[in-house]
Each structure stands twice: as structure tokens, then as C-alpha cells.
Design a protein around this ligand. Structure first.
Ligand code: SF4
Length: 388
């Protein structure tokens, strides 16, 4: 008898499934609550007839799905609160037959795989849609598909029907990626190739990780002129490519490397760490007290910064904490990194590239569309680039 079942990410135990405890640190109680969130969202989708008919429902689909993405929320209280919130919306909508969470991963293996493909895709799209939404960009087709997709998850379909649903969802997901691109570039400009310092500068600091550029912008505004530097970590590195973020001189550089190295890199860090999205790993006691989470991110015993009704966040206490910790005591030089090679940067040299291809100066174009896994040996992309 399994204590839990989760196989949604590349870290999964033995390449099969986490059944006792998550490799990511997810415990069985949280895994079960996350299954209940998913089941309650299916029930809500039934109650609203597969159409998100109110703003509260739209947000519940988006935020509930986002919470269940890998390395986002490990706090049972947050998960239970989300279940209660969804169940209240089901009641408001007039109720519906409850979906049984035990059915999520039950049945024919091919059907479970197809159902899971749609579910995991919806979870990922929820994260994109959330980031676009905080920057004021929404699309009714994207928002509406969460209810449609969750309703479909609770139904029986033939393999052909599942494939049709997944292909349709793929088109909507592509639209959502375009929406997020428009949100980010509309707010902060098109990314431009930019060198990023990895030098640690003397003084107090905040390390920001995750993907939420809006959180970073609010933090940069609130730390400006306070003598507190801001460093990116992991997924937040590309922020340097955006002119409207890179213009802040106290956005000092990138600290550390990839998300999976955080437990080593944050050990005894003399600064605070803000997690904006999916990348939190079980914190060590040596930095647990310096962690702040926001949005859908949660870990028991960490401080959470919520948005007010207008979407603003007050990072004041966290900034004071950074000042108290004192920060780096001396400068530590580092080698620069490069980021900012977005589609606009590439297309701006398209004519030169076409000429180079025609003249034979460029003979091969390699497209890297992924990233290495956390485990050693899962370095396909690094090898691919090195050998290209
Ligand atoms: S999200 Fe966590 S529990 Fe689920 S497969 Fe990944 S490592 Fe395992």
C-alpha cells in the first residue's frame, strides 16, 4: 500500500513514482491534500459546467493548479485552505457530484498517462497564466480552458479523445506563453543580451529566486536607496535581460547557480531569500529563518508575504531583516554570465544570419530547448552545447 503517489516531475523516485515520500521533500499528507485540491477543482469544473463563470473561480483554478506544481507549496495549512476555498465555490455554484481523488491515477496505464499529461500541462499553464495576470494580461480562452480541462479530467474518454484534448490544450498553452511574453516584454521591455556580474558586493542583500518578474520589480522599488543589494538566483537570472529591471543599479548580480544547488549555496547565507515561484527545496536550519515566500509558494515555519487587494506587496520587514543580517563582509569577485537572448534579440539580427547562411559562413543552427536534470549524469544539454 502506497503512502502517496506522485510522478509529475523528473526527480521522481527511481524514474517511476514517489510512493513513500517525495524526492522533492513532499510528505504524504501534503501529497494527499494536493490530490484533494485537484479533485475539488474537477468538482468545481463540474459545478460550473466546464466554464469559469466568475473571477473567483478563474483565480481558484489558476492558483489551485499552480500550488500543486513541483517545489511550490509544502505547507499543509495552505493546501487545506485551498481545498476549503474551492469547496466553498462549489457550494456557491450549486454543488456537483464530488470527484474522488483516488481516481486521479487509477485505471488503464495508457489512460492514466494521458490524463496525467493533461493535468500536468494545466498545472504548468496555471503558472504562466498567473505571471501574466499579475502584470494585467489575461485571455478569456486561456482562463476558460482551466475549467474545460478540469472537467474533461473527470470524464472517461477514448485514447483518441484524450489525444484530441491534449492537442487542443497545447494550442491554448502556446497562446498562454504568448500572453506571458507580451506581459513581460510589455512591462519591462524586450530582453537584450546582457552580461551579468557574479561578484558579491560588500553589504546587506536579498536573493530572489523563482520566475515572478513583478515581484522582483516591486522589491527593486522598495529596496532602492536603502543600501540593500538584490541578487538573482537560479530561474531569476534572465531578469537581467529586461531593460526596465536591469536599470536598477542595486540589482547587483547573480548569486550561486541552479535551483538544485540552493541547500549548499544558501547555507549560512548572511542575507534573506525570497522565493517567488517553483524552486523551494527543504531548507536547512542554517537559513530557514531567513526565508520569505510569496504568491503560491509555501513552506511551514517560513514568513509569507501576501499581496494586498491591489496586488501590492510590502517587503519592508524582509528588507529590515536583510539590513540586520549585515550581508557580505567583503567583496568576492566572480566571472560574468550572459543572458537576454530572447526572440526579439535573435530576430533583430535575422538579416545578418540569413546572409551568413547563404554565404556558407553559418552551416548549422542548434536549438537548445530545455535544461539539465538535477541528478548528476542528467546533463544532456550541457554536453550538447559543449559538443556542438
Ligand atoms: S513533485 Fe515531488 S513527489 Fe512528485 S514526482 Fe516530483 S519529486 Fe516526487
Amino acid at each position: 500500500m502506497n503512502d502517496m503517489f506522485c510522478f509529475q516531475c523528473e526527480q521522481t523516485a527511481g524514474g517511476k513514482a514517489c510512493t513513500r515520500v517525495g524526492v522533492c521533500g513532499k510528505k504524504p499528507d501534503v501529497a494527499k491534500l494536493q490530490d484533494r485540491i485537484t479533485a475539488s477543482l474537477i468538482t468545481l469544473a463540474r459545478a460550473v459546467g466546464g466554464k469559469a463563470h466568475c473571477a473567483d473561480c478563474e483565480r481558484a483554478f489558476m492558483e489551485g493548479l499552480f500550488m500543486t506544481v513541483t517545489n511550490v507549496n509544502f505547507d499543509p495549512r495552505d493546501c487545506q485552505a485551498m481545498v476549503d476555498r474551492i469547496d466553498a465555490l462549489v457550494a456557491q455554484a450549486g454543488g456537483a457530484p464530488a470527484y474522488d481523488a483516488d481516481q486521479l491515477f487509477a485505471g488503464n496505464e495508457d489512460v492514466v498517462s494521458l490524463r496525467s499529461t493533461l493535468l500536468f500541462g494545466l498545472r504548468g499553464m496555471a503558472a504562466y497564466a498567473h505571471h501574466a495576470r499579475v502584470l494585467g494580461k489575461t485571455d478569456p480562452e486561456v482562463s476558460g480552458w482551466f475549467a474545460k480541462g478540469m472537467q474533461a479530467l473527470g470524464e472517461d474518454h477514448s485514447v483518441e479523445e484524450w489525444l484530441g484534448l491534449i492537442m487542443e490544450f497545447g494550442q491554448v498553452n502556446l497562446k498562454c506563453m504568448g500572453l506571458l511574453d507580451a506581459a513581460n516584454t510589455g512591462a519591462y521591455g524586450n530582453p537584450v543580451p546582457t552580461p551579468v556580474s557574479t561578484t558579491r558586493v560588500k553589504g546587506p542583500f536579498v536573493v530572489v529566486t523563482g520566475h515572478d518578474l513583478h515581484d522582483l520589480k516591486m522589491l527593486l522599488e522598495q529596496t532602492e536607496g536603502k543600501g540593500v543589494n538584490v541578487y538573482t538566483h537560479g530561474e531569476m537570472l534572465p531578469a537581467f535581460g529586461y531593460p526596465e529591471l536591469n536599470k536598477y543599479t542595486h540589482l547587483k548580480g547573480n548569486f550561486g547557480t541552479a535551483w538544485q544547488n540552493q541547500q549548499k549555496e544558501f547555507d549560512n547565507l548572511p542575507g534573506v531569500i525570497l522565493y517567488t515561484t517553483n524552486c523551494i527545496m527543504p531548507p536547512k536550519p542554517t537559513y530557514l529563518g531567513n526565508i520569505y515566500t510569496t504568491a503560491e509558494v509555501g513552506w511551514p515555519e517560513t514568513k509569507h508575504i501576501a499581496a494586498d487587494a491591489s496586488g501590492n506587496k510590502d517587503f519592508g520587514a524582509m528588507i529590515q531583516h536583510a539590513i540586520q543580517l549585515g550581508g557580505f563582509q567583503e567583496e568576492v569577485p566572480g566571472e560574468p554570465l550572459l543572458t537576454g537572448f530572447g526572440h526579439a534579440a535573435v530576430l533583430s539580427v535575422a538579416d545578418k544570419l540569413i546572409e551568413a547562411v547563404k554565404s556558407g559562413a553559418v552551416k548549422h543552427i542548434y536549438l537548445v530547448g530545455g535544461c539539465d536534470g538535477a541528478k548528476s549524469g542528467r546533463n544532456f544539454y550541457t554536453k550538447f552545447v559543449e559538443e556542438s
